[in-house]
Ligand binder design. Structure first.
Ligand code: AMP
Ligand code: MG
Length: 493
């Protein structure tokens, strides 16, 4: 006989802080919940009994039934969207079901996205079409497997309802897991209302949850600012190293915990181009690939502004301390980025000469129009001429400029100490073969819209091991053919 299913380990600390940080808000039931996929490996790591992800519990992940211990809320937040401040955004199509505490004591939010209207929905329906749910599931889980801090996907369900966007689309709900959903925009919301008490409560909550070493700091708000700067510098470096373009880096889409959030119009670059933009609404290229570090810096300055009243009563002193903190972002990003570039090239460090070598490589890739991911994997396969390689190197043919560049790198690599085979293994780990290429994500969505999730499942499973090449999945490693290319992505919400 099966043991009875154990309760989801809820412990809802943010809901306990009450209004005005959040309002109680139940999800709105849907017509016919059907499970598309449950992430049992993630459930296990969260200490959630995997059987909660069986089809018979689809109602929970659709918002039709509340699991014991849940305490659903919609959270308040503001944000700068494309540079313009909007003092009131908030969870308009999501509710936080509650927080779970894992067996090793880590705390995570479980959020239903697409769960119906809330007081923050304004004109919106609070729902999500299937496409964005599949995209977020695929890309967030791929990012996790690539080692990038990110929100995760625990479950995806269809609702049996349609949502109106360009036309009628099938509706879906995603269960998102995050270390927390506290955003830069959460702070901005209370700063704009001059509500210092709420600001202080969120600072204390965020520190305790994400950066407990900062709790004892003399100025907790400054400790939080510094910690978020470090976390974001490391995060954005990882994005750049993988060619990930977030697409909508508004301050409400930047988490204090340093995880990637909001996989709307995001996409991975194929051919390397620093000015790559995918989002259909990013007309100025504000969130282009090359602008991401600068935008993160700008967003962090908005966080600093929001925290000023908690840093010092004397505004001048507060501004001086905040500026000092913010100024450290470019160096923190630069360090993380050059460490990562060195790893991608198989080098222990990047000296000044090697920064030039790396920059020359990026120029060569851009001039060749080379696929960013496969070019680096080609280098990894080249790094140990005596060895077997991974086979993925053969997916890439170096262009004219890269051929000119290669001998300098090979010469430099020859001067590295250590075992070439081990170095190559480290390069494989830094240079994935499989990324969620746009045309593949698009195919999963198109099939899914027609009720066929086979390709979605295949892609999820392949992307869970992105560094290990298998010739059977060659089609999932190759760049889009000209007729498959996707140039624009849409929020689709
Ligand atoms: P996002 O584009 O996901 O960053 O969302 C920006 C704001 O718009 C947030 O306050 C969302 O809750 C809200 N929003 C987005 N889509 C919807 C929708 N379908 N219904 C209601 N609110 C929405
Ligand atoms: Mg958002």
């Amino acid at each position: 006989m099966n043991a009875s299913i154990s309760a989801i380990p809820f412990d809802n600390s943010y809901a306990a802080l009450g209004e005005p940080l959040s309002v109680a808000q139940a999800p709105t039931p849907v017509q016919a919940a059907q499970l598309i996929r449950g992430n049992t490996a993630l459930a296990a790591s969260l200490g959630i009994d995997e059987r909660w992800l069986d089809e018979e519990h689809a109602d929970i992940w659709a918002g039709n039934a509340l699991p014991p211990g849940a305490c659903p809320i919609a959270a308040a937040y503001a944000g700068h969207q494309f540079g313009q401040f909007n003092p009131q955004l908030g969870d308009g199509r999501a509710v936080l079901l509650g927080e779970v505490v894992t067996p090793d004591g880590q705390r995570f939010d479980l959020q239903l996205k697409g769960s119906g209207r809330t007081p923050w929905s304004r004109g919106g329906d609070g729902r999500s079409p299937l496409g964005p749910v599949l995209r977020e599931y695929l890309v967030s889980e791929a990012m996790a497997a690539l080692g990038v801090p990110t929100t995760r996907a625990l479950a995806a369900v269809t609702t049996g309802e349609t949502v109106v966007r360009d036309g009628l689309e099938p509706g879906a709900v995603l269960t998102r897991v995050a270390s927390s959903h506290l955003r830069v925009g959460t702070m901005e919301y209370f700063a704009a209302r001059d509500d210092r008490q709420s600001l202080q409560r969120i600072v204390d909550h965020a520190l305790k949850r994400h950066y407990p070493e900062g709790c004892a700091d003399e100025i907790p708000a400054l400790a939080l600012l510094n910690a978020v700067i470090e976390a974001q510098a490391a995060l954005i470096a990882q994005w750049q190293l993988l060619g990930f373009v977030h697409g909508v880096m508004n301050t409400d889409n930047m988490l204090l915990c340093g995880e990637t959030v909001d996989y709307g119009p995001c996409a991975f670059m194929e051919a390397y181009r620093a000015d790559t933009v995918f989002s259909s609404i990013d007309h100025q290229g504000r969130y282009a690939y090359r602008n991401q570090p600068g935008i993160a810096h700008w967003n962090l300055a908005r966080l600093a502004e929001a925290l000023l009243p908690l840093i010092d009563d004397d505004t001048e002193r507060a501004v001086a301390m905040a500026k000092d903190a913010i100024q450290r972002f470019p160096a923190a990003f630069g360090d993380a980025h050059s460490t990562g570039v060195a790893a991608k090239l198989g080098l222990a460090v990047l000296t000044e000469d090697e920064v030039d070598l790396a920059n020359d490589l990026f120029t060569a890739l851009e001039e060749d129009g080379a696929d960013f991911t496969l070019a680096f994997r080609f280098l990894a396969d080249e790094a140990n001429p005596g060895g077997d390689g991974s086979g993925a190197g053969a997916l890439f043919t170096p262009g004219a400029k890269l051929k000119i560049w290669l001998p300098q790198w090979e010469e430099r690599l020859g001067r590295e100490s250590g075992d070439a085979g081990e170095r190559q293994q480290r390069m494989f780990a830094a240079n994935p073969v499989f990324i969620p290429r746009n045309h593949l994500v698009q195919r999963a969505i198109t099939d899914g819209d027609g009720g066929d999730f086979d390709f979605f499942h295949r892609l999820v499973e392949r992307l869970a091991a992105p560094h290990r090449y298998d010739a059977q999945d060659r089609d999932l490693a190759l760049p889009a053919q000209p007729q498959e290319r996707v140039f624009q992505t849409f929020c689709g919400t």
